[in-house]
Design a binder for this molecule. Structure first.
Ligand SMILES: CC(C)(COP(=O)(O)OP(=O)(O)OC[C@H]1O[C@@H](n2cnc3c(N)ncnc32)[C@H](O)[C@@H]1OP(=O)(O)O)[C@@H](O)C(=O)NCCC(=O)NCCS
Length: 139
């Protein structure tokens, strides 16, 4: 797949899962946050077929925000979300990230819980969860 095809797949998955499936409009495929320095758009490929997307946004203080985690509807519940997050965590660790944060959709809190995240702010539309990462040498 070309880089353009990867970008299209990244936007298609996020638009379908995070907007259309929630009856939201206004998805912006040209949002500058997807191209900012320190922001990493990620696409999960299964034998060259795109099945998931997410973005890792590096911050100061060895922290990073996880944004727009989405697995295609027909591929959900098969472990791909776990795979996508494992890759994201590895990338984050390689960049010295020690603490991940996410604004989770309410119905995705259980997903993050299964992956070892904990709630730091339960109130509001999108609870904030965090996960500490191990960095440096593994003993
Ligand atoms: C949430 C989402 C990313 C999870 O990806 P997935 O591929 O369906 O999840 P997986 O199959 O990898 O599941 C991993 C673990 O999380 C659990 N899990 C997945 N979704 C869950 C949910 N909504 N509630 C509770 N647990 C959940 C699974 O049971 C599994 O646990 P196990 O390995 O201990 O059995 C995906 O379902 C999705 O895109 N949902 C719609 C968009 C969304 O809510 N995104 C999150 C925005 S913050």
């Amino acid at each position: 797949m070309s880089s353009d095809e990867h970008w299209n797949a990244y936007h298609d998955i996020r638009r379908a899962v995070l907007f259309e499936a929630r009856e939201l409009i206004g998805y912006d495929a040209n949002h500058p946050d997807d191209r900012r320095d320190g922001h990493f758009p990620l696409l999960l490929l299964l034998e060259n077929t795109p099945v998931g997307a997410a973005r890792l946004d590096l911050m100061d203080d060895a922290a990073a925000w996880v944004r727009t985690v989405a697995i295609s509807a027909e591929c959900q519940g098969k472990g791909y979300g776990r795979t996508l997050m494992a890759g994201l965590e590895k990338l984050a660790s390689q960049h010295g990230v020690k603490r991940l944060l996410v604004n989770a959709a309410r119905d995705a809190v259980g997903f993050y819980g299964a992956l070892g995240w904990t709630v730091v702010e339960a109130g509001g539309e999108t609870p904030v969860l965090t996960k500490e990462l191990r960095t440096g040498p593994q003993w």
